[in-house]
Design a protein around this ligand. Structure first.
Ligand code: 2HG
Ligand code: ZN
Length: 463
């Protein structure tokens, strides 16, 4: 029997598209995590900001929780609806609303994908430089909700740097127009930045005005094989000082093993313990000389065992696939994910401690390291041993996460660098944020969402 609340919602917002079929509930009720069984009440697909407001007002009046939903490519359970929530999908709100050549901004509805945003910027001869592998599916609203980072943070920063303004429907159902695309605005609290990274707990982002960058320079990609973790930071320092780096990524032999098992082509004849993928501005004699000098410097010191530089766009894309294909290649193993960060300067000491900890705690597990070394962000995926059941695995990983959280605390790091806290990491929030900070966050939530209907249970449990 259909839940009477669905009829009531349809009556309150007649133009709203509502989905209640069993496969839709599963599809929209989960993200890329598979730890929580999806169980939403229904899926609401508004066509504009006014309908979003109407849905939120109805939900507030009826005490129904809302899970804002973009591309659901998240990895921390932030978009999971496991407790009868109404999923509010922005899938029908994907339009480019405007481009301003003087301001160099693009205004979009929040459901647009990152890739479509990048293309729209490209059509104007400019670039939206935030980038990562989920670009084809993830939405700008979701990127804003997690302050998404990705593979070019080293050069361009996180999503936060590129949001000139946004519109938010609060838990009251009010529509706030925050910062209105201004470059300078010293008129009190910048509520836009409060919303960025709030994971849908303060409201629903419905529109964003994004800053655009100059088109990227011509680039080449270098893949280096390294003998040790120690050489990683040395190679980074060397390449950063000599080249104009656009990205500096790393992965281990285990990561490459899984990508190759998925059909990718091996880059080198021999296996090496660690790999670095660097993208850098190329073209012109001076740059070529700098690349060769950097490569020679690293090889003569024994930091690099082998290396290859792309000679075409196709080759560059092929090398990137080795790094960008990691998440997908691990997905069938339902890995437990860590997404941690420390300051780049703290990386060597943190790596030494974390490596020792995980080797001790996970002796029999396949532990896959990779990440964005250039900005201090490491991804550590732990694969479940075939003989271990899912609950025992989750319990074990939870214990180890607590230890890793303590190690991060020691090194001043964060338990979530770019994926968000969601459901997956909320037990460890206190390792990264002080009790005073968490109390302030809860207070802010109460102001913007007094009924506690916006993505409840994500980041923290409201008191
Ligand atoms: C990446 O950097 C993404 O590829 C996903 O942030 C990381 O799968 C992961 O753990
Ligand atoms: Zn990442």
């Amino acid at each position: 029997m259909t839940d009477p609340r669905i009829g009531s919602l349809q009556q309150a917002v007649p133009a709203l598209v509502l989905k209640t079929a069993a496969d839709d509930l599963v599809h929209y009720g989960r993200d890329w995590t598979r730890r929580w069984a999806p169980a939403p009440l229904a899926i609401a697909l508004p066509g504009d900001a006014g309908e979003v407001q109407a849905v939120v007002r109805w939900a507030r009046a009826h005490g129904v929780a809302i899970v804002p939903s973009g591309g659901r490519t998240g990895l921390s359970g932030g978009a999971v609806a496991a407790h009868g929530e109404l999923v509010l999908s922005l899938e029908r709100m994907r339009r480019v609303l405007g481009f301003d050549a003087v301001d160099r901004t693009l205004t979009v509805q929040a459901g647009i994908t990152l890739e479509a945003t990048q293309s729209a910027a490209g059509e104007q001869g400019l670039a939206y430089p935030v980038d990562f592998a989920a670009r084809g599916s993830c939405s700008i609203g979701g990127n804003i909700a997690t302050n998404a980072g990705g593979i070019r943070v080293l050069r361009y920063g996180n999503t936060r740097e590129w949001v000139a303004g946004l519109k938010l429907v609060t838990g009251h159902g009010d529509l706030l127009d925050l910062n209105r695309g201004l470059v300078k605005n010293s008129s009190g609290y910048d509520l836009r930045h409060l919303v960025i990274g709030s994971e849908g707990t303060l409201g629903v982002v419905v529109e964003a005005t994004l800053r655009l960058a100059d088109p990227p320079p011509e680039t080449s990609v270098m893949l280096l094989a390294l003998p040790s973790f120690e050489s990683l930071m040395q190679v980074f320092a060397e390449l950063r000082s000599r080249l104009e780096l656009e990205a500096f990524e790393f992965f281990t032999a285990r990561a490459l093993h899984h990508v190759l098992a998925g059909g990718a082509q091996a880059p080198f004849a021999e296996r090496h313990p660690f790999y670095v993928l660097a993208e850098f501005a190329s073209g012109g004699d001076a740059r070529e000389v700098a690349v060769l000098a950097a490569f020679e410097h690293c090889t003569t010191r024994g930091w690099v065992g082998d290396g290859v530089i792309s000679q075409s766009r196709d080759q560059a894309a092929q090398l990137w696939r080795l790094r960008e294909g990691i998440t997908e290649s691990l997905a069938p193993h339902a890995p437990y994910k860590h997404d941690v960060s420390v300051r780049v300067s703290a990386m060597p000491a943190f790596l030494a401690d974390a490596q020792a900890l995980l080797a001790r705690e996970y002796p029999e597990f396949d532990v896959v390291w990779f990440g964005h070394v250039g900005d201090g962000n490491l991804h550590i995926n732990v694969l479940r041993p075939a003989q271990m059941d899912a609950d025992a695995f989750a319990a074990r990983c939870g214990q180890v996460t607590a230890l890793l959280a303590a190690t991060l605390q020691k090194h001043g790091g964060s338990i979530s660098a770019e994926h968000g806290i969601g459901l997956a990491k909320k037990d460890y929030l206190a390792s990264t944020r002080s009790p005073e900070e968490i109390a302030i966050m809860a207070g802010i939530k109460r102001v913007l969402d007094p009924a506690g209907i916006m993505n409840p249970g994500k980041i923290f449990d409201a008191p």
